[in-house]
Design a protein around this ligand. Structure first.
Ligand SMILES: [Zn+2]
Length: 691
């Protein structure tokens, strides 16, 4: 393997790109195309295994990274269309494709002959003269096998399979129990007077639900957020608020067939056993070894550093809300007036009153300043000022839907960076939410040719109608900037290997580039470059900017405390070294007491419905949201400290961090950018907890 040229020459590498052939693929091409591509990768992997030469970095590790190129291009097309413009036929194809793909990946990851070659290279990695990126590729490749037990003796391998199978069934059961309990709980209100304060739209929805459930003329509320949140926020009826909140927070905790406490205990037993198989004391350390945080001590210390000031802020907020409750008690406006202190079911109600009085943001007043095309231009403008990137719309690229727009992204000197597709409007067949996807992954090949990426941003913003453009809410604006941040992470990638390219980074790092961009959309200086009234062209007035920024600080003590308490609870569970004698409710209580949690707030997810950590694979990972927030606030502070949001030297260092993707250790990359560890104070300042 020739050592790679230095970065100066690399910036002059010739570029190439592939155009996703959305226009050429017919529905009935997909299955044969997938079959051929799967067989192609199988043959590529077989060729690596059967190579008569000794295993080398090139003939094994790089060869594996380069395998499956055809499959990647077909997947890139198929799964993007499936998510953004799917239909029944696409779903039927997906049903056939998923098993093909999982069989293929099992066949690779459980292939012992292949693992022995990977291990041979891994074992001699220090002697191979590898550069940091190559070293990272070797260790990451090795780990992807080892994490699946490739390195374990036969009996433990078997046990791992059993554990994984039982865990997958348990997590399914956990999720199903939550759904069952959510659906089973129906609270009917028969007297409209009980709903005083509830907005008409929420009332109408509850009336419809009741009618559908065979109770016409009544109102039905369930522990689904959309159903009970309006009651918590607006309904004067304190007793109803209490019942509905308790319905929500006691789900799967009723000692019936849907109770999740036994499921949790068994999951914890198995997770601890699994961690032990890999030589770890507890599940947290096993999981965190692959993350930026590395171990539970780092996460604990981190959470503690944010917890105390958040709790203090929440206490100040609680005191303010208590005053509003006191007024109601004095005026006789409050039922259950024997309970004079603020309760969890009072928080949303009084917070909403306070918000209206002090922080009200009228979306209708704001929206005319956020016309979609202007906002997108604003985001492009930020990337231009930071990195010199140019965005030119191109009209001759094949797209899967006429609403998709394509931009060619180039450097100041005209060098190709990549292509950005945007697909912003809802349609039948598009899943909800917003996301970024790679359609074609960036990598630099053996001949030094840089294959530039094709990235897509998908959203569900308001569709323009005849005479009315698409106008965004502030949340939408933030979402657009967020996804654009992910897109830049993909677009700027400069990796040699696909496994390490772009957004292929640890889960506690991957949201840094996206959340970093969110900071810009709120800056007055930036708002004035893109927030124009769509009818008059007037730049957004300063009073509105101030309102927007004040609204962002409202109720943050509550929000952060709720989130952090769930993060700490998650860590407490996964730092357990034994599940013997575990009593779930007592454990939760002890954990919250240790935190010093206040009575006015309930942890965001109580254990029996904590899907993130018992169903969806986010165990010992819920801290990531706050971790990324600390990183993004700190990264943005690096710019603010220079007095220039677009400081060239800082932007150059941040761009370098983006370009590296997963080729380097995330913590190392961050330290290189910032010169020191991220300081939580910057997040606390942004939230208004400290000056
Ligand atoms: Zn994101």
């Amino acid at each position: 393997m020739t050592m790679l040229a230095c970065s100066k020459q690399e910036s002059e590498l010739p570029t190439t790109y592939s155009i996703p052939a959305f226009d050429q693929i017919q529905l009935d091409n997909y299955i044969p195309a997938f079959e051929a591509a799967v067989n192609e990768q199988k043959a590529e992997v077989e060729a690596i295994v059967n190579n008569p030469e000794e295993p080398t970095f090139d003939n094994t590790i790089v060869a594996l990274d380069r395998s499956g190129m055809t499959l990647d291009s077909i997947s890139g097309i198929f799964f993007n269309v499936l998510e953004a413009d799917g239909n029944d036929e696409m779903n039927a194809i997906a049903e056939k494709v998923y098993p093909m793909l999982s069989e293929l990946s099992d066949g690779i990851i459980l292939n012992d002959a292949l693992f022995q070659r990977v291990k041979a290279v891994y074992d001699q990695r220090e002697q191979l003269g590898l550069n940091p990126e190559q070293m990272r590729l070797v260790t990451e490749t090795y780990k992807s096998f080892a994490d699946n037990g490739a390195n374990l003796p036969e009996d433990k391998k078997e046990r791992l399979k059993e554990i994984n199978l039982e865990l997958s069934l348990l997590s399914l059961k956990f999720g199903n129990n939550v759904v069952a309990e959510t659906n089973a709980c129906k609270r009917f209100v028969t007297d409209e007077a009980q709903l005083k304060g509830l907005p008409e739209s929420a009332k109408a929805a509850a009336a419809e639900e009741a009618a559908a459930a065979g109770h016409p003329g009544e109102w039905l509320f369930t522990p689904k957020r959309t159903s009970f949140t309006p009651v918590l926020q607006y309904c004067e009826n304190r007793e109803l608020r209490k019942q509905l909140l308790l319905d929500y927070t006691t789900r799967a905790n009723h000692n019936n067939e849907f109770d999740n406490k036994a499921v949790i205990i068994r999951e914890m037993e198995l997770r601890i056993e699994k961690a032990n198989l890999f030589g770890y004391d507890n599940p947290a350390d096993y999981i965190l070894a692959d993350c930026m945080a590395k171990n539970h001590q780092t996460v604990d210390a981190f959470l503690q550093s944010v917890w105390a000031p958040s709790l203090e802020a929440a206490k100040r907020e609680a005191a303010e809300l208590q005053k509003l409750l006191d007024e109601d008690l004095q005026n006789g406006k409050c039922q259950m007036s024997n309970d004079k202190s603020l309760q969890p079911w009072d928080w949303w109600y009084y917070a909403e009153k306070l918000r209206k009085a002090k922080y009200a943001l009228d979306e209708e007043e704001i929206k005319p300043y956020f016309e979609l095309n202007n906002v997108r231009k604003g985001a492009f403008g930020v990337a231009n000022k930071l990195y010199g990137l140019q965005f030119e719309q191109v009209y001759d690229m094949p797209v899967y839907n006429p609403e998709v727009e394509v931009f060619k992204v180039t450097e100041e000197n005209g060098r190709l960076v990549g292509f950005l597709y945007t697909d912003y409007f809802p349609r039948a067949g598009k899943r909800p939410g917003a996301w970024m996807n790679n359609i074609c992954t960036q990598y630099i090949d053996e001949n030094g040719v840089d294959h530039r990426p094709v990235i897509i941003n998908v959203g569900n913003f308001n569709k323009p109608t005849a005479g009315n453009p698409s106008l965004l809410s502030m949340d939408d604006v933030e979402t657009l900037f967020h996804e654009f941040g992910h897109a830049l992470h993909g677009l700027l990638s400069k990796a040699h290997y696909r496994k390490l390219s772009g957004t292929n980074t640890p889960r506690d790092f991957v949201e840094l580039p996206s959340q970093f961009m969110e900071n810009y959309c709120y800056e007055p200086e930036v708002l004035k470059t893109y927030a124009f009234h769509y009818q008059t062209g007037e730049i957004i007035p300063d009073e509105l900017i101030e309102k927007i920024n004040n609204a962002g600080k409202f109720n943050q003590g509550f929000v952060t405390t709720e989130l952090l308490s769930a993060s700490i609870l998650d860590m407490d569970f996964h730092e357990l070294t034994t599940a013997e004698g575990l009593d779930v409710n007592a454990f939760e209580k002890a954990s919250l007491e240790k935190m010093g949690m206040i009575d006015e707030i309930i942890v965001r997810y109580r254990p029996t419905f904590y899907n993130h950590i018992f169903t969806t694979g986010y165990e010992a990972g819920y801290y990531s949201y706050t971790w990324a927030a600390v990183l993004d606030a700190d990264a943005f502070a690096a710019f603010k400290e220079t007095g220039n949001l677009f400081d060239k030297a800082t932007a150059k260092r941040f761009r370098h961090l983006l370009e590296q993707g997963g080729t380097r250790d995330a913590q190392e990359l961050y330290l290189e950018f910032r010169g020191k560890e991220a300081d939580p104070q910057n997040l606390l300042r942004r939230k208004g907890f400290i000056d």
